[in-house]
Each structure stands twice: as C-alpha cells, then as structure tokens.
Design a protein around this ligand. Structure first.
Ligand code: CMX
Length: 475
C-alpha cells in the first residue's frame, strides 16, 4: 500500500476527488481484493526503476552511444541519442512499441470497451495509460477502476469555462487549448506540494495526481472550445460515470449517438498517445517539466509545439489539401488528377501533409491501424473522403520518391486520422489538432511522472554559435 508523506496542506485539493473516486468506484463497480489503483501500481514499479537507473549510471555513465557531429548540431539533432523516455520506443522500420508491445498487440491484449461492458471493440485509452505508466497490461477491473477515477476528476473549474468563453471564435482552437491548459495550473497539486517543501523523492506522486486530473479534464476543455467555436455539443461537459473517457468525450462533442465514432475515438486516443520522446510535443513537455514546472505548464507548452504544421497541425492540413483537390477537380478525381495535384503542391514548394517522418522509414503503423478501422465499418468504407485518403496512400509515395527529397515517402498518422472524423460529421478540421492534443497527454504526462520518479535533472544541452563552432573545428 502506498504511504503518502506529502504535507496535508499540499494535497488538500486532492482529497475531494479521491473520495469522489472511491464513492464512484463503490457505486458502479465490484472491486476485487486484488484490484490495484493506478497509483498503487505505479508505486510498485518505483524501486526497480530507480535501481535500474542507478546501475546504468554506475556502470555506463562514460559509455559512448555514438558521436555528436556538426550534422547533428545543424540538422535538428536527428537520431542523436540523448534523452530518456520510458513509455515507448520508435523503430524506423517496425514503428512504435509501447513497453515492447506493437499497436496490433495492444489491440489484442489491452482491455477494450467490450471487456468493461460498453458497446464497441477497441482498446481503451485508459488501458493504454496504465500500460504506459506501469509497463503492465491492466486487468479489466483495473482498467475500469481507472476509467471511473478519471470520470470523477473530469469536472472543469468554473473559471476555466469562463476563460474559454472570453476567447474570440476566430482564435485558433489550439491556442485556446494551450491557454486553458496553462490556466488549469491554478489547482496544481505538484506546485502546492513543492511550495510546501515536499521531498524530491516524492515529487512523482503529486505529478501523477496532476497528470490524472489533467488527462481527465482535457476532453471537457476541448468540448467547451468546440461548443464555443463551432456551436456543437451542449456546452455542459457533463460526464456519465457508467461511460469510459472516449465515450464521455464523444457525447460532450455531440456525437454520442454515433457508435462508430465513439469506438474510433478510443483507438484514435490510444494510438496518438505516445511516440517516444524526441518529437516536438513530447520533448517539449519533458524539457519544460525538467525545470519542475507543473504538468499543466509543461503540457501547455507541448500543445504549442503540436500546433505546428510540421507536427500535429498536419492532420488539419491533410483535410485542407483534400478539399482543395475536390474543389479543383471534383469529388471523384482520376489517379492522374491526384498525381498532378501532388506535383503542383511539391512544385509550389509546399510539403504534402501527412507524408514523411523524421524517424520512420515505412508506412506509420498508426496510419495502418486507423485505416484498418475504416475497413471494419461499412459507413467508412463508403466514405469518399476515406476512399480518397486510402488512394492517396498508394499514389503519393511514388511521387514523393520521384521528387527525391523526403527520406520517407509513406503516410504518417496524420494522413488518415481526419477522414473518419469528417465522415461522421465532425468536419471542422481546424479542431482536429485539439483531438491530437487530448491524446498526446496519455504519453507525455506519464513520462513526467517517470522523470520525477527517477529524479532526472534539468535539461541543459550545449549550444554553439557558428563562430564558436568554427573555432572549435580549427583546434
Ligand atoms: N512533402 C514534401 N517534402 C517533404 C515531405 C513531404 N511530405 N517530407 C519531407 N520533405 C522534404 C523536407 O521538407 C526536406 O526538404 P529540405 O531539404 O528542402 O528542407 C527534405 O524532404 C528532407 O526531409 P526529411 O529528412 O525526409 O524529413 P524531416 O525529418 O526533415 O521532416 C517531417 C519530417 C514530418 C517534418 C516532414 O516529412 C514533413 O514536413 N512532412 C509533412 C508534414 C507532416 O505530415 N507532418 C506530420 C508528422 C507526424 C506528426 O508529427 O504528427
């Protein structure tokens, strides 16, 4: 059992949600004696993780992992091994694995909607979160307990709703999102514990509490933004304790009656969560968090990186690109018309959104999983947008290869993630990166917990000016 030694004052705000969580759990599920809470499960991993780190440091601190070259310094540090990330590892050929498990393995092994008695077949994002934080597949009861815990934390403070309501509708939803997330730090349990002088070895506990609160509230923040900007959903962000997180989220957005979208949302959040540490959003959360900024500030910063067109915003750009194509040549273009449009994009000096990757050299398994979902749903198989995305995934790689610049001509996750949303009527693609932002927290925030569990230091790599670099090269 976990023993908390954080001063009471620091965790005062944590008491109510915990009691609510316990009450909600008792009211709606049978708790088995062997069922752990996520905090207990994470707590069990701490000694072994710390021991592993201490051993690595003691035995290998001076072992070389490769050379740092001028190419690394000038080229965005591509491939430089200089960051610890526990939840997942990305292989250029086989793609992402979460504690060693591929996406298809996760789809097979992680507790799903059906397992907890909800309509749908896909893995639960809650199960993925458990895996990322503990390295273990949760039992059905554990996944269900975590789901109910998150529901109990989902209510937005009133001031956040008011803050979002003051934003102009024309302010990009991602800017609204990162601003609201930063403002949620008003209630940070980590910041309160730090100010109360909690010991460094215990930092991970309020970090985990903040992370769970934030993950639980992101759907409500996103839904409020959606309501304000696009007028969909009821603007109340109510949660139903019998539903899982993705189901509640889809209801808040006003699409709860679309079972295909609810299940898609589970898969979407699960596969967008973690993609090792070097991508802009994950790295940003880790970097900002290394200054002991609380999880809200760290994740708000991450969202600003996700909002860039070379990263998460590409999912909105893909839909933009497809609609432009349809405007030019109609909704049933020939292969040649698609190829011409690809060339016209490339010749105008723009990138083809949804294609290429800094690490991957094969089609992105996240794209494959989302596309595979489309193949299981008749309404998506019929969708002209889904069909076009699937045709593009065959037509674009040869064009990009002939163009000869990108090291990876294949589709990444953003190439296919929007088309099912569009088909189900969630067609405001300026909102799509917000959905990515709800999801990325499932990977970036667990790493903050690991960072603090392991006591990782503040990040401070060495930079050089070109003059300093030349001087160094002359030596
Ligand atoms: N279309 C056109 N040109 C592309 C391209 C694409 N899809 N992908 C890469 N290139 C170009 C690069 O712009 C670069 O050109 P310059 O030498 O003129 O700068 C060249 O090919 C080499 O790039 P690379 O080494 O293959 O790729 P990077 O690691 O530099 O960049 C990425 C990776 C994802 C930013 C890039 O492939 C890209 O811009 N893709 C389109 C945007 C996109 O889909 N982003 C989402 C990625 C997934 C995510 O993070 O969400």
């Amino acid at each position: 059992m976990l023993t908390l030694t954080i001063p009471r004052v620091a965790l005062r705000s944590a008491t109510a949600p915990r009691q609510f969580a316990a009450a909600a759990a008792a009211a709606s599920t049978v708790r088995f004696a062997s069922t752990k809470t996520l905090t207990e499960a994470v707590s069990e991993t701490v000694p072994a993780k710390r021991e592993q780190l201490a051993k690595l440091k003691a035995e290998h601190a001076e072992t070389k992992l490769g050379d740092s070259t001028v190419g690394h310094l000038l080229g965005g540090m591509r491939g430089l091994k200089c960051m610890l990330w526990e939840g997942s590892v990305l292989d250029a050929e086989s793609g992402i694995t979460f504690h060693g498990k591929s996406i298809p393995q996760c789809q097979k092994e992680l507790p799903s909607a059906k397992d907890i008695g909800r309509p749908g077949k896909e893995m639960l994002p809650e199960s993925m979160l458990w895996l990322l934080l503990t390295g273990k597949v949760p039992t059905v009861e554990e996944a269900k307990g975590l789901s109910q815990d998150l529901v109990s934390r989902a209510k937005l403070p009133n001031y956040i709703e008011k803050l979002i309501d003051t934003f102009p509708k024309s302010l990009h939803p991602m800017t609204q999102f990162s601003t609201a997330v930063a403002a949620l730090n008003h209630d940070s349990k980590f910041a309160a514990a730090y100010n109360a002088g909690v010991k460094k070895t215990e930092f991970w506990q309020p970090t985990l509490e903040d992370s769970l609160d934030l993950i639980a509230r992101l759907p409500a923040v996103a839904a409020r933004i959606y309501y304000n900007v696009f007028g969909k959903g009821d603007g109340k962000q109510n949660v139903d304790p019998s539903m899982d997180l993705a189901e509640n989220f889809t209801h808040m957005l006003g699409y709860g009656d679309k079972e295909g979208l609810v299940d898609y949302m589970r898969l979407y959040i699960s596969v967008h969560g973690d993609h090792e540490g070097g991508n802009v959003s994950a790295h940003t959360a880790h970097l900002v968090g290394s200054a002991l900024s609380d999880p809200y500030l760290a994740y708000s910063a991450a969202l600003n990186g996700l909002a860039g067109p070379l990263h998460g915003l590409a999912n909105q750009e893909v839909l933009n690109w497809i609609l432009e194509l349809e405007k030019e040549v109609g909704s049933d273009p020939s292969d040649q018309q698609i190829i011409d449009s690809l060339w016209s994009t490339l010749k105008s000096g723009r990138v083809v959104p949804g294609y290429g990757h800094a690490v991957l050299r094969q089609p992105d398994p996240r794209f494959t999983a989302l596309s595979g979902y489309c193949d299981t749903r008749p309404e998506l198989q019929k969708s002209p947008t889904v069909k076009l995305v699937q045709r593009l995934s065959h037509l674009a790689p040869p064009v990009l290869t002939e163009h000869g610049k990108t090291k990876n001509p294949f589709p990444n996750v953003d190439a296919g993630s929007g088309a099912p949303l569009y088909t189900y009527g969630l067609d405001e693609f300026k909102f799509y990166t917000v959905l990515f932002g709800v999801s990325r927290a499932f990977g970036a925030l667990p790493q903050l917990v690991y960072d603090r569990m392991l006591g990782l230091p503040i990040e401070r790599p060495k930079s050089l000016s070109m003059d300093a670099l030349e001087a160094l090269l002359k030596k």
